[in-house]
Structures are given as structure tokens and as C-alpha cells.
Design a binder for this molecule. Structure first.
Ligand SMILES: [Zn+2]
Ligand SMILES: [Zn+2]
Length: 350
């Protein structure tokens, strides 16, 4: 990847320009860069941006110049899912977030008159400035560290929402979380907040297992050193009530599924490469287990992000402890650190 100067359009009536304070690096950025998920090139990636509104279109009413905002994913706003408050289930969202243009096919970015694909997740936040629709911006109160807040628009709601909006564990129940990146750590925090009696973290990386203690795991399992299924069944005889698969690893999904009790639920949030298939034991499913997926933690950003901010304010979601800052010019190092797992959440600072 490289850092270049490109032209940004002026905002149309419902659009805003945000000066980016920081943008988290997510594993999906790597998947799009590597082509394991398709995106038109040349493009500006980045979809965990937060910053300050510096310009607004003539019809913008809900945010104003000077507001601190976190950006989130795009949705159509007109389908049944959007109208019932579940924009994460919008069937038009994949197109809106992954086509690299506005609705009318125009790009928000150009270089020497040639189109550059922006609008990645309606943001393209590996940049100093972003042009997006006002409805994708959620205002942040003072006190939240703006440079680090971008992950409240993707990674954190993906994990926390998978627990709070989808799994909905009962107080006292047991949950295992596979993959302790930003998504998994947020799932851990949400499970603890839900009153789970055991929150078991599973990862290959011992440093992440230690970090997960600060987010509320009660037990840790190093997946490379022991078999997660038998280790979980030892901690919770009969299996856990719920499992979250947040690693994107193929084996982790079947391990998560086999770690649940006969009527347990596994929620898949880790994004494996397009075309990945999973193998699930038929008798285990027949017994009464549930397997489901969700994107963006089923979050309605302007409702859910303020809840996450309040969790952060109570010390329950310490995003500072998962984040490491890089300059935007160090983007290759930041993406490499995300890929090799040496950093949980690289944050690019323009
Ligand atoms: Zn993401
Ligand atoms: Zn929709």
C-alpha cells in the first residue's frame, strides 16, 4: 500500500466531510487488500474511522461542523431490515459497502481526473479526510479518545453485539470466545457484563490470552498447546451454553460448535475467505445445537455505539488496552502487525 494525495469531492446535500483522527485496522482490510474478498482497485481501504466533521451538505441536520464522530457501515435505509432497526441485516449493504462508489456509480475520490475507489464500507478511512453520508456518523461525547474511537464503529460492536444482541446469554450461563482480537475481546467484555459465570477465552497467542484477562475472561485455553474442545468440557462439564467464533479460522468454527452443550448456540462472526466451507457433525446438530452467523453484531450504529461508549466510560471496554498507534505513512507495518498478530488493533493516525 502507498500514501498518495488524491482529490475528494465536495459534499452533496446529505454528505459530510470528516477529518480523520485515527482509523483502526481490521482483518477485513487485509482480506480486501489480498483479494480474498473482492474490491475494485485502485482503492482507499479503511473502515474504522473516527474524527471531526469539517463540512456538511446543505440538507445535513443530525451532525454539524465541529462534532466528533465515529463512522460505521453503510445500509440502504429503505428495506424491511433497515426500517425495523436492523440495518446490519440490510440485503443491500454488501453492495453499498463493497462497490467502491456512491449509489449513482460516481467515486468520491479522483487522481489526475481518473476515478479512485473510495466509499469502502462507505468510508475509506485510511486517509486524512473522508466523504460519507451523514447517517453513517454517530456523535461521540467528550472524553472518548477520538484517535482510538474508530473501532467502536466495527470491531467492538461486531464482538459485543454478537453477545448482547444475538447470543443474549442468561446471567450465570457459560460462554467460550474463540479468537481474542478486538472482536473477541469485545465479546468477552460483553459476556462478562451479561453476568456469565464462566467466560473462556481461546487463542493461539499467549499474549492475547493474558490481555483477555483485562476484558474479563475467567479461564484461558492456549489452542496450540491443548485441545480446546476437551479443555472446555473439562471446565464446563457438558459444554458451554454459548460460543462465539471470532477468529475466522476454519477449524475454530467446528471446535466452537463442538464445545457447546446439547442445546448450546454458536455465533459465527469471524470472516473467513470467501468460498470457505465448514464441516459440522450432523448428530451434534441434530441433538439440538444452534449455529448462526451475524455481521456487525446486529448493531444499529446510532443506538448501539452510544451504549458501547457508556460501557467504555464504566471501564468495561478498555479499547486503549487493545490499541497501538502507527502513523499513516507506516500503513504497511500496521497491516503486517495485524496480519502476524503482534498487535491486536493497529490504529493509523494521519
Ligand atoms: Zn472491520
Ligand atoms: Zn436496507
Amino acid at each position: 500500500m502507498c500514501v498518495e494525495t488524491v482529490e475528494l469531492d465536495d459534499p452533496r446535500p446529505t454528505e459530510i466531510v470528516v477529518e480523520i483522527a485515527g482509523c483502526g485496522v481490521c482483518h477485513t482490510d487485509l482480506s480486501f487488500r489480498d483479494g480474498s474478498w473482492p474490491y475494485p482497485m485502485p482503492a482507499v481501504l479503511g473502515h474504522e474511522g473516527a474524527g471531526t466533521v469539517i463540512a456538511t451538505g446543505s440538507a445535513v441536520r443530525s451532525v454539524a461542523v465541529g462534532d466528533r464522530v465515529v463512522l460505521s457501515f453503510g445500509f440502504c435505509g429503505a428495506c424491511d431490515a433497515c426500517l425495523s432497526g436492523a440495518p446490519a441485516n440490510c440485503p443491500n449493504a454488501p453492495l453499498i459497502n463493497m462497490r467502491g462508489t456512491r449509489d449513482d456509480g460516481s467515486t468520491t475520490l479522483r487522481k489526475n481526473g481518473e476515478p479512485v475507489h473510495g466509499s469502502f464500507n462507505t468510508q475509506s478511512s485510511f486517509a486524512s479526510h473522508v466523504l460519507t453520508e451523514e447517517r453513517y456518523a454517530t456523535k461521540l461525547p467528550d472524553g472518548v479518545p477520538l484517535e482510538l474511537a474508530g473501532t467502536l464503529g466495527c470491531g467492538v460492536p461486531t464482538g459485543a453485539g454478537a453477545v448482547l444482541n444475538v447470543l443474549r446469554p442468561r446471567p450465570g450461563s457459560t460462554v467460550a470466545v474463540f479468537g481474542l482480537g478486538a472482536v473477541g475481546l469485545s465479546a468477552v467484555a460483553a459476556a462478562r457484563l451479561s453476568g456469565c459465570s464462566r467466560v473462556i477465552g481461546v487463542d493461539l497467542n499467549p499474549a492475547r490470552l493474558e490481555l483477555a484477562r483485562e476484558f474479563g475472561v475467567t479461564d484461558i485455553i492456549e489452542a496450540g498447546a491443548e485441545d480446546p474442545i476437551s479443555a472446555i468440557h473439562q471446565i464446563v462439564p457438558g459444554g458451554v451454553d454459548g460460543a462465539i467464533e471470532a477468529s475466522g479460522a476454519k477449524k475454530a468454527l467446528s471446535d466452537a460448535f463442538s464445545s457447546t452443550s446439547l442445546t448450546g448456540t454458536t455465533v459465527l462472526v469471524g470472516a473467513a475467505p470467501v468460498g470457505t466451507t465448514y464441516e459440522i457433525d450432523s448428530v451434534s446438530l441434530l441433538a439440538g445445537r444452534t449455529l448462526r452467523g451475524c455481521t456487525m453484531g446486529l448493531a444499529n450504529p446510532r443506538v448501539f455505539i452510544p451504549q458501547l461508549v457508556r460501557m467504555w466510560g464504566q471501564g468495561l471496554l478498555p479499547i486503549e488496552k487493545m490499541s497501538t498507534k502507527f502513523k499513516l505513512s507506516e500503513i504497511d507495518a500496521a497491516l503486517a502487525a495485524a496480519a502476524d498478530g503482534s498487535v491486536v488493533k493497529p490504529v493509523l493516525i494521519p
